[in-house]
Design a binder for this molecule. Sequence first.
Ligand code: SER
Length: 314
Amino acid sequence: MGTTLITGAYGQVGQELIPILTRKFGMDRVVLADIVKAPEKFSKYSNHNLDVTDREKLEKLMSDHDVEYIFHLAAILSASGEKNPGKAFLTNAIGTHNILEAARELSVKRVMIPSTIGVFSRETPRRNVPVNTVMKPRTMYGITKVTGEMLGNYYFQKFGLDVRGLRFPGLISYTAPPGGGTTDYSVEMFHYAVRREKYSCYIARDTVLPMMYMPDAMGAMMALFDADLQRLRFHSDYNISAFSFSPAELEAAIRKRIPDFTVTYAPDYRQEIAEEWPETIDSSEAARDWGFRAEYSMDSMVDDMLLNLGGVRR
Ligand code: SER
């Protein structure tokens, strides 16, 4: 039996996925790679410094460890991507192509590549967006992630490589911080609230975006990973959704539990990115093909976040 490689392993999603894959496959069969240094808590794993744009190093790592499955999480998110679009292109587009090529050459069994609501744009319907819709992203993140989706579908059709992906909404979690996304404000707001500090939000108070609590995102990723290939009518581009809210709605939900919490609003360049994205997503294809279902409501997510971050009980 081979190993499972996680790229971008120490990011917000990777740090949550590591224990899940460890329970599934065992620690000695999980290989971690990232461009940043491994946090101390993962020191017992097989840790590797890897820039996914370095194809040679990637292929050597994969063949040295007999990689069977890949969770390709390495990516530059939307806000960071606008600060350095060239780097975002290389990491997201070339990096993903490298992963797919290496996976094809080395006969990897399955490649998971998360996508994002960042593939959508102002031409997309605002509400209840279906899987197949108009996508003309204007951020380098969106452009490269839609490219990744199309490449994934291409590698499946042309080479029979089992590539699977789902479009994550903004992900809320308390373990590792998000890095460089437009929806990061939601996580930041919780951290300020539990420290009893005032928060200045860079997204306008009434901009509604799709969001999801991390346990549901991980449940979805593993359900898609385990799904019967024959039942999949899509491959790299499943929509998933849980709830949607605006910054003002999140502020109000937190204030119900921490009455003196206050937020001021000072939208910056990230507001323009947020305005490209729809408010709600239709996840019925994921429900039909592989049983997707989100367990957490906005309310139960807020309760759980505050409990875990600051011991705040309702
Ligand atoms: N959370 C991501 C971002 O804001 C969206 O996928 O960039």
